[in-house]
Write a protein that binds this ligand. Structure first.
Ligand code: FAD
Ligand code: NAI
Length: 487
């Protein structure tokens, strides 16, 4: 037993030391060049975005085969599954980001990065217009590509409901999480200056979340946890007055989960005093109230902080691209084929993740991640195909043999198959729900044990060892010291 303990201790130390060393010391990279050693041109692969799809591609791609260029206004990858935990301080924002520079620097071949936004894609001339997002070094330029991967994600949708953009906060980016935190703290401090029977105090302490999808549910749960577990200790009287409301247009929240899990979550919300307003569709938002339709009734609800989480809409650059290709006739997203090629772009543009619409593929990190992995394999095959085409064009070797080899290679690019592993959601009070799929079998669970599973699954999914350590430390910090109540 002693030997075993010593051995596992040694192995553990070696594992941690190796990862710590790799975190700080990337291996040397092969530089970009115009041609390969055989004289064939090295093609340019432009990747738009630094989210789940783009980063999964980048991490799995053999970047020595292309001149890889990444364009994203966000110079980091954001681990969105833990974003709802950040506004209340369960998780620190820095713990769930990974710089693009470090991801790019760990690739085997040099990767260029522009901190810029793609404005417009020209599929005919194979160029993409980009614009820097930093006012201190403004530039706009056209990048030429041989292959383009669109991984720009989606933007929050408002369905054109008046007042949403002006008065609510989304929960999509780091800046959203910071804004929500600031609004919560300001509302609490402002309410504390008013007398308990002042209606303005009750308005300020009404926190409303619109959208009962997983984003809205997880955030409402985190908010209630913060009030009950931490604020109740520092502001006991005021915390009792805080009301958390979740508004959902459909008869149930979390519609992608099994009915038993939905019922479990809804019962827990009732117990935890999260006011669930089902069948209630918000129609208008002003500075202090939302107006919602519930059957034939119209209700006006006051709010101090309003978080809007009603799903996704395409980004401008994707919308523009849709107008340029006849085959793109869906308003829900870019249409792709089963090999993730953009319809109408003749094999030079691919799209992954939330910017696309393909029946059966939902806008989740899981889908985007698998698509990125798949495309990395496709680009390996495309490299071989392009090499062969070049050899044929140069008149090298036996033409008919090369042609049949080419046809074989082209047939080897198989369609993308998505493996759904299930869905997880945090629902508050250290409980989670899991709707898992293992092969053909389905497993459902809910409660405290599922919360531990949720935690370990998300730790395992973190992009880097560094993220994993920081997230684990954040959870330990909350357990021992609680969340802090300042901005
Ligand atoms: P994103 O990850 O959104 O990345 C898009 C990238 O494109 C970003 O880097 C962005 O800066 C960049 N970009 C934007 N505009 C441009 C432009 N014009 N030019 C160039 N780049 C641009 N899914 C799950 O499966 N499990 C979860 O637990 C989960 N939790 C979530 C929690 C929250 C709060 C949210 C908002 C989403 C969650 N999702 C979850 C969904 C998941 O985050 C998305 O499906 C996933 O991020 C999609 O990946 P993507 O690469 O398409 O887009
Ligand atoms: P969503 O599209 O899943 O849910 C939005 C909800 O808002 C819907 O239930 C809709 O009925 C409701 N809604 C729309 N308009 C409304 C209105 N006017 N008034 C009231 N309710 C209204 O959006 P969400 O939660 O932002 O998720 C986006 C994507 O990210 C989804 O694909 C989701 O699966 C994924 N995601 C997954 C998570 C997980 O697996 N834990 C966590 C967060 C997001």
């Amino acid at each position: 037993a002693l030997k075993l303990t010593l051995l596992s201790g040694l192995l553990g130390t070696a594992y941690v030391s190796y990862h710590l060393y790799r975190e700080k010391n990337p291996a040397p990279q092969k530089p970009q060049t115009a041609t390969f050693s055989n004289g064939s041109p090295r093609k340019t692969l432009v990747i738009l975005g630094s989210g789940w799809g783009a980063v999964s591609l980048l991490k799995n791609l053999d970047t020595t085969l292309y001149n890889v260029v990444v364009v994203s206004p966000r110079n980091y990858f954001l681990f969105t599954p833990l974003l709802p935990s950040t506004p209340v301080g369960t998780i620190e924002l820095k713990s769930i980001v990974e710089p693009v520079r470090s991801i790019a620097r760990r690739a085997p071949g040099e990767v260029h990065y522009y901190e810029a936004e793609a404005l417009d894609v020209d599929p005919q001339n194979k160029t993409v217009k980009i614009k820097s997002v930093n006012e201190d070094y403004e530039y706009e330029m056209d990048l030429k590509y041989d292959y383009l991967v669109n991984g720009v994600g989606a933007q929050p949708t408002t369905f054109g409901i008046p007042g949403v953009v002006e008065n609510s906060s989304f929960l999509k980016e780091i800046s959203d999480a910071q804004e929500i935190r600031m609004k919560i703290m300001t509302s609490i401090e402002k309410a504390a200056t008013l007398s308990p029977n002042d209606p303005e105090r009750s308005r300020l302490l009404s926190f409303v979340v619109v959208g009962g999808g997983p984003t809205g549910v997880e955030f409402a749960a985190e908010l209630r946890d913060y009030v009950d577990q931490d604020l109740s200790k520092w502001m006991p009287e005021l915390s009792k007055e805080i009301k958390v409301t979740l508004v959902e247009a459909l008869p149930n929240i979390l519609n992608m989960f099994d009915k038993t899990l939905v019922d479990y979550a809804q019962d827990l919300f009732k117990r935890d005093r999260i006011d669930l307003r089902l069948n209630t569709m918000v129609k208008n938002v002003d500075k202090t109230h939302i107006t919602a339709k519930c059957g034939d009734d119209v209700a006006k609800m006051p709010y101090g902080v309003l978080v809007w989480a009603t799903g996704n809409a395409p980004r401008e650059v994707s919308k523009k691209l849709m107008t340029k290709l006849e085959e793109q006739n869906s308003r829900r997203g870019l249409l792709i084929d089963d090999k993730l090629q953009l319809l109408g772009a003749q094999g030079s543009i691919f799209a992954v993740g939330d910017c696309t619409f393909y029946p059966g593929l939902f806008p989740t990190a899981q889908v985007a991640h698998q698509e990125g992995e798949y495309l990395a394999k496709v680009f390996k095959k495309l490299y071989k195909i392009d090499q062969l085409k070049w050899e044929i064009a140069q008149g090298k070797g036996n033409a008919s043999q090369l042609e049949s080899k080419l046809a074989r290679l082209q047939n080897q690019i198989e369609p993308f198959h998505y493996h759904h592993m299930g869905a997880l959601a945090y629902i508050g009070s250290e409980k989670a729900i899991a709707d898992l799929a293992v092969g053909e079998s389905k497993y459902r669970s809910a409660g405290s044990f599922t919360f531990l599973f949720w935690k370990s699954a998300y730790l395992a999914m973190c992009l880097s060892f560094r993220n994993r350590v920081l997230v684990a430390m954040d959870w330990a910090k909350v357990y021992f010291l609680g969340r802090d109540s300042s901005v």
